[in-house]
Design a protein around this ligand. Structure first.
Ligand SMILES: [Fe+2]
Length: 179
């Protein structure tokens, strides 16, 4: 295992293992990411797995209360690579939810790149349920809407976020079928 991934596992375990299901979800997303290796360039595979381990650490270091941003802020303070920080900041269409929350300006320092790497991280997260079990995207979205409620930021962002997540899933599954 590469040093980047080893350090990501260590930091994730330190911050998330006390959080019960959040840790189970993280382990599931990381293992999912490992199985998506063929959907990203070889040079990006360690970054994908490291980002999967770290994508939800914002729940353990709350600041604004928006976990993609809080996680990226924490990683930036610890001098993690900018691309990895940006992947955490933007995972799973965070920009759509940030818009609803009025936090777009705080995400702005993190550059979102629409590429196979960001797609694979989002796909790993959105096909892993809160307990770490593999699920279809549609089931994940239904569960998310039920859990957060109809007036939540996630629900308000859903009309624009869900088509993006479906497009990501279509792209990743196409790459896997070609890989
Ligand atoms: Fe997640």
């Amino acid at each position: 295992m590469q040093a980047l991934v080893v350090h990501a596992v260590e930091l994730a375990a330190t911050l998330l293992s006390p959080l019960g299901d959040r840790w189970k979800h993280t382990i599931g997303v990381a293992h999912r990411a490992e199985h998506l290796a063929s959907a990203v360039p070889v040079a990006d595979r360690d970054t994908l797995v490291a980002a999967a381990w770290l994508h939800d650490i914002g729940y353990a270091v709350p600041d604004t209360g928006f976990h993609p941003l809080d996680g990226a802020t924490h990683l930036t303070r610890l001098a993690w690579p900018p691309r990895l920080c940006a992947l955490v900041a933007h995972h799973s269409g965070a920009r759509f939810t940030a818009d609803v929350l009025g936090l777009t300006h705080l995400l702005a320092p993190y550059r979102h790149i629409d590429d196979p790497l960001s797609d694979a991280l989002t796909y790993a997260d959105q096909t892993t349920d809160p307990c770490g079990t593999l699920v279809p995207l549609s089931a994940r979205l239904t569960e998310m809407l039920t859990r957060h409620g109809p007036t939540s930021a996630n629900a308000l962002a859903h009309p624009v976020r869900a088509p993006y997540l479906q497009a990501v899933a279509d792209r990743v599954e196409s790459r896997l079928s070609q890989g």
